[in-house]
Write a protein that binds this ligand. Sequence first.
Ligand code: FAD
Length: 279
Amino acid sequence: MKPAPFVYRKARSLDEAVALLGSHADARLLAGGQSLVATLNMRLSAPALLIDINGLPGLDRIETKDGTVSIGALTRHVAAERSEAIARHAPLIAKAIPHIAHPAIRNRGTIGGSIAFADPAAELPACLLALGGEVEAQGPKGMRRIKADDFFKDLYETALAPGEVLTRVHLPAATADTRTGFAELARRHGDYAMVGLAATARAKGKGLSDVRLAFFGVGNTPLRARRSEEALADGDIDAAVSALDLTPHDDIQATGAEKKHLAGVLLRRVAAQLMEPRA
Ligand code: FAD
């Protein structure tokens, strides 16, 4: 199918993108287009105005400063995948990105697009939540930061207000005691996950502290499993699996009961990564 007619504008600055977004109730930003163009072609969405933000200056940078890794919204997945700074300072992102789709899609898709789109089965929203990062957004009222725990509201719904452009994500840089874990189950490599888990913790003696478990593919948003986090910090993996309080719905890939079982399987795998990191 072909998309419904729309007006195309290429924004030359962030201010212009914000102004254009505010100028029309039915405007949509175009980043990598890897999710949006498919929805346009299938006529699942039909915005009147498409604002191309590709090429906005300064939004494709990865910067590390004062213990924070900042990733510009227009950073392509492939750039993050190949970034030494990400591998060193944000290893959870480095582990997750190869699971996103296929190279052709990672060449165009952006970090900001993935997080703003907030697909419940996507890897990066869960990583942002597991890392306890923040989203930076620019809107008509200026710039603000939103904590990951407050960002994902419902199915494809985020805390971004109308007229706001996601500009960067800020992540705590890994330190010597940082532990990360990532695993997902998909029918074919590159497909959206049936169930996935992104996790962070701190090494504390022979155990863990500050455990954050963010499941994806099991609800309308990425979900923390807080009771399991506590059990894992106590070093009890069986208790962490028993404490999983997820209630996934049936979908075309699996029943809710199967997904819950798979979440337990992934929790054991990720717990092993957190407790016995490879040298
Ligand atoms: P776009 O498609 O351009 O935009 C998506 C939405 O986000 C639009 O509503 C747009 O207006 C909004 N948006 C974009 N940028 C911003 C911004 N800066 N501020 C505010 N709103 C913004 N993704 C995964 O995570 N895991 C997968 O396994 C996976 N598999 C895929 C398989 C296929 C075959 C395809 C086609 C895509 C797949 N994707 C997957 C999606 C891919 O990762 C996309 O890149 C991503 O979802 C959206 O990023 P984008 O830059 O392409 O955004």
